[in-house]
Design a protein around this ligand. Structure first.
Ligand code: PLP
Length: 231
């Protein structure tokens, strides 16, 4: 079995519980998504055997190969990368939760492909909360409108919001962006869109997941801290 994954996973899990406790939250309200992009299937298997239940992938083809090798009975697969519309058909077959819906066009395509499968696809809306030009995600000011339009798409279940804040090596610098996503969640909730759940906030990575949990994350996406540095 690959070295170190089990102990690193234990460390991360303990940190998640501690961060939840510090902020008066139920530790079970935070789900760990182990990000396995570029990680080989045997290392992913080691993580599953050590207790990982949710895996996050950024590329459809890479995920497809791993899902074929490892199955999807005991784990949920999450898509966390940028999704091209022409991959929507594959994505709805493969993933339990797609974190990165950022346009009406993509949402409509996912809805159509889900309908073809007779599936209701769980999705999050990815928000570019920092407004950096290089980042994917819908602009903060347009997120409400996107959710409103998606509310009509019957084969999509909108579960909440996701963001990728700017990279800082100090978690405290990222905290305002986490807080901003939670504020947006509150504003959208207040609209009471029919057919829209807003319970989930996907935010926080290896360097800053504790701050994200303190600010309300329900899904943390952690790669390096579990699998080690990517090659
Ligand atoms: C790679 C990636 C992560 C995990 O990053 P780490 O710093 O390795 O924990 C989380 N979210 C997204 C969208 C990613 O692409």
């Amino acid at each position: 079995m690959p070295e170190g994954i089990e102990s690193r996973l234990k460390g991360v899990t303990d940190q998640i519980k501690a961060a939840a406790a510090r902020s008066g939250r139920d530790p079970n309200s935070v789900r760990l998504v182990a990000v396995s992009k570029t990680v080989s299937a045997d290392h992913v298997l080691a993580a599953i055997q050590a207790g990982v239940t949710d895996l996050g992938e950024n590329y459809v083809q890479e995920a497809q190969a791993k899902i074929r090798a490892l199955g999807d009975e005991n784990v949920s697969w999450h898509f966390i990368g940028h999704l091209q519309t022409n991959k929507a058909k594959h994505a709805v077959r493969l993933f339990d939760l797609i974190h990165s819906v950022d346009s009406v066009k993509l949402a409509r395509e996912l809805n159509k492909r889900s309908a073809d499968l007779g599936k209701v696809q769980n999705v999050l809306v990815q928000v570019n909360i920092s407004g950096e030009r290089t980042k994917s995600g819908i602009e903060t000011d347009l997120a409400m409108d996107l959710v409103g339009q998606m509310a009509h798409l019957e084969n999509l279940a909108i579960c909440g919001l996701m963001t990728m804040p700017p990279y800082f090596n100090a978690p405290e610098k990222v905290r305002p962006y986490f807080r901003a996503l939670r504020n947006l969640q509150g504003l959208i909730r207040n609209e009471h869109f029919p057919n829209v759940g807003m319970g989930d906030l996907s935010m926080g990575m290896s360097g800053d997941f504790e701050a994200a949990i303190e600010e309300g994350a329900t899904l943390v996406r952690i790669g390096t801290a579990i699998f080690g540095k990517r090659g």
